[in-house]
Write a new protein. Sequence first.
Length: 269
Amino acid sequence: MRLILWGSLWLLVHTSFGQDLRHYRNDNFALQVKQVDEFIERFNNDNNALIRKYIQKMDPSFRFDRVQLIRTLFNTADTTWNREEVNRFVRSVSDSTQPILLSFFDDNWFAELSCSVLYKGKEEKMKLIMKVQREKNNASKWVFVSAIADFLALPKSADPVVSLNPMSHAVGFLGIERALNDKKNVRNYLPRGFESNTLALFIQETRNNLLTVQQVNSITYHFLQVDGWIFTLDNFNRNTRNSGWLISKLIPADVNNKLNYKSEVLNLR
């Protein structure tokens, strides 16, 4: 049974942006991007990609290029894509003279885990940011690099006037015990612009058995390693050919934009 030529799913929603592999049969499972590693293989148009092997098995005469393959990696159910930006992105990474490839060992991509946790007996939500750390002999492991949790953040002061007297040094800082016990006004005793290390607090409270991660509810991957771009990857669990791990957001970004993104979105300092 032969594969039809690349069809446009977005034709069905009155656009001409996305393309998808189509077959006479229902091949949703075969075409689904089931793992992040598979996404990277398809993005790179790897000869060992499962989708390529599948197509060759079904129809050895069928041919497609990397541009077409990358287009299928976008979430085509979203009708708000900027087609011009998508086209520029696809052309830039597919440049035949300087193709841009992804690697699991890339330094500049991150996993954002949205978690349900139990903190001091109360259910809370938090995010953990992880990245791949390369070890010796090409080994690797995932490590925590950031945490985002409002319940671990220092609250605003109840009384902004309360403080340690500027002449405290003259009396041997006698007021320091009162300051350390003033839990409602902790920020008043810290320097302007102080940012608490939420990751360190998370580890501390976990070690003290005060915080337990109950489950990971969803995962978003943030890719910042492509020059000029940031894109995110989410899992779209649906019974269509365009499903699984797909690009959910595409952002043009220079070096400064990426630094701001790391700070504001990923809480990386």
